[in-house]
Design a protein around this ligand. Structure first.
Ligand code: AMP
Ligand code: MG
Length: 402
């Protein structure tokens, strides 16, 4: 089969859904939403659509389309402020409830600025504080860490160790070998097996890093930071801190479908849809309030297919190849950075090992869909989510996590 890039359809991970109605999120649905702009429909109160556009050649067009769609569909709810911008290679979507329009606009501008600054500092392959750190660490030097990345690095290292290295933020060399950091994705080829073996044998790990005050050094020259599995969560946490400082207590910050929500949507909780990893449909929905993050790692986000085998962007650091038994993992946790790292780690852990790693990471709500379509979750997660009709045919419950 021709190794063609198949992942060009913009996809959503988790999405905010309107008053009880499900929304799909293909181009067709966006057009349907635009239709509502011309023929306003009272049933649509909010239609924020969150897509991953990293490698779509016409992504600007889609951003425009989405912005129009979102503004069209949010105009029915005066209490909701809704704004979107492009950062971290994805669409960031901000929803505020009950905030004066001028204050909401100002908050949105500050958050957008924060996202752009952090993206510039944390980029793993375009010149940034992180790439400079990588170059210096590889040379064996002791590096004075840039204050914009030190806390991020420390937290990534801590979570990596808790996950037994399955979330491994220093396998940047492997990720670049697979080409998953390129935008758009190149036509995929599986890298040379010897080179993969070589990189795996070098065992780059967070444990190779020593941090003393603001000084960092690495005893392993193969260490190369790539924070793609974690930085988005960290940036969302910072956005929530910013909103709280501005006195905003009812909000959702959503980056490409991964989100953290605080407060409520007025009289009711926020309603979130979790997408099906193999269908353009919602698998389950969940209501959240207070302070909750919902993160999903999926093999549908960045991938190419060769001879019917999906080669995707979540790499098992033990083999050097994409983790091949999981289709998606959804983690619910209060802090977004931890939820982000955990979703990636549990994806790699797969259907047998995930409960042990979840316990080590302190995660109490998990749903994993394996590549056979079996849905694995703990009882507490089952009591939190509501499946769409017929979607829960094959659920396997584990022991409680706590
Ligand atoms: P996520 O969508 O949060 O699961 O993050 C996936 C991204 O994290 C990939 O595009 C890579 O940049 C990076 N990545 C892939 N595998 C791993 C891993 N095992 N540990 C840490 N980062 C990874
Ligand atoms: Mg992640």
């Amino acid at each position: 089969m021709n190794p063609r890039m198949l992942n060009f359809i913009p996809l959503v991970t988790n999405l905010l859904i309107s008053h009880g109605s499900t929304r799909n999120y293909t181009e067709k649905n966006l057009l349907r939403c635009l239709f509502f702009r011309v023929f306003p429909c009272a049933s649509v109160a909010i239609m924020p659509v969150f897509i991953k556009l990293k490698q779509h050649p016409a992504r600007l067009f889609f951003v425009l389309l989405l912005s129009l769609a979102a503004s069209a569909c949010s105009q029915h709810d005066d209490d909701v402020f809704h704004d979107q911008f492009f950062a971290f290679g994805t669409l960031v979507d901000l929803t505020l409830y009950g905030v004066e329009p001028a204050a909401a606009r100002q908050a949105s501008e500050l958050i957008e600025q924060d996202f752009h600054n952090t993206h510039g500092n944390w980029h793993a392959w375009e010149t940034s504080a992180l790439t400079r750190l990588n170059t210096q660490l590889a040379s064996g030097a002791t590096v004075i860490a840039d204050p914009s990345i030190l806390p991020l690095i420390k937290e990534a290292n801590r979570l990596s160790q808790l996950s037994s290295g399955l979330f491994n933020p220093v396998i940047g060399e492997l990720i670049s070998l697979w080409g998953f950091h390129d935008n758009p994705l190149p036509v995929g080829t599986v890298p040379d097996a010897d080179r993969i073996r070589e990189l795996v044998a070098q065992k780059p790990s967070a444990a190779d890093i020593t941090i003393n005050g603001n000084r960092i050094n690495s005893r392993n020259p193969a260490v190369r930071y790539d924070l793609g599995a974690f930085a988005k969560g960290y940036a969302i946490d910072r956005a929530i801190v910013r909103l709280r400082k501005l006195g905003i207590s009812n909000a959702i910050v959503n980056a490409g479908g991964d989100l953290r929500a605080i407060g409520r949507h007025g009289e009711r909780p926020w309603r979130i849809g979790i997408r099906h990893p193999r269908e353009v449909a919602i698998l389950a929905r969940i209501e959240i309030e207070g302070d909750t993050s919902v993160f999903t790692s999926g093999d549908y986000e960045r991938f190419f297919e060769i001879d019917g085998i999906r080669q995707h962007h979540i790499i098992d650091p033990r083999s050097g190849y994409p983790a091949d038994r999981t289709a998606s993992v959804t983690v619910i946790y209060n802090n977004a950075a931890t939820a982000d790292a955990a979703a990636t780690a549990l994806f790699v852990a797969g259907p047998d090992e995930w409960p042990a790693i979840a316990r080590d990471m302190g995660i109490k709500l998990v749903m994993l869909v394996d590549t056979e379509g079996v849905i694995h979750m703990n009882p507490a997660m089952q009591s939190r989510i509501q499946f769409e009709p017929g979607m829960d045919a094959d659920v396997q419950l584990t022991e409680p996590l706590s």
